[in-house]
Design a protein around this ligand. Sequence first.
Ligand SMILES: [Zn+2]
Ligand SMILES: [Zn+2]
Length: 243
Amino acid sequence: MSASTAAAALAALVDDAPAWLPPVNYWEIARDGDRWIVSGQLDTNDDTLSEAGAYQLLGPVVEQFGQQLDDDGRLIRARFAHFDVPVDVWFLRPVRRWVVPEQCATCPTKLGDPDVSFVRLGTGDQDAPVICVPCRDRMQAHWVALHRSPLVAARQRAREVLRAKTGEARPMWRQSFTEVDGAEHPDAVSPVCTDDGHDPDDPTVYTCCPDSVVEVDSHVLGAYLVELLNADAHVDAEGGESA
Ligand SMILES: [Zn+2]
Ligand SMILES: [Zn+2]
């Protein structure tokens, strides 16, 4: 194939552009080994075209030919043939400069050392924390251990019940009295009542109060349970885990 064959194929393509052909900034005919190819730079609309936009424009080209886009991380390329001449339309990704911090975000390991492997948490964010691979592995092991623990499973099931009964998965708890009989010590623990008519200092359980009253025969254990349950609600609120 000669340069003029490639030029003729290009002329035919541009003169009678198919609907799937995206806008191109410029075309060129180039020698690629022992053949000639036609190559066009996707119109980037003055560098405002995003990567997703490039995919949207180039996708239909390869779909036409039952192919996939080439993407080497730098260049996204749609290849096809026109009158047997290889053609491609390409998009050069804007270069992203990743800044590697001096030190792992969670331990003193220096990241500049060539045998230290590290990972960036999060995608596409240049400010995302970077941690060394041993830290990543520790985090993963911790996560797996935590999420398989009976405590986590029980807590999650309890949250579903609480959400259904009180409208809140993590209510705050208090010690309470189930009867107005002048008992000396609270005989129950129950979710804090948020009803407007319920005086927050009144520890009695009324009809306005949420369900899920747990009777206890020792107010000392009741106090302990309230502290445990409220500490658990706090861990949650601080993003320990999500329900
Ligand atoms: Zn580390
Ligand atoms: Zn109440």
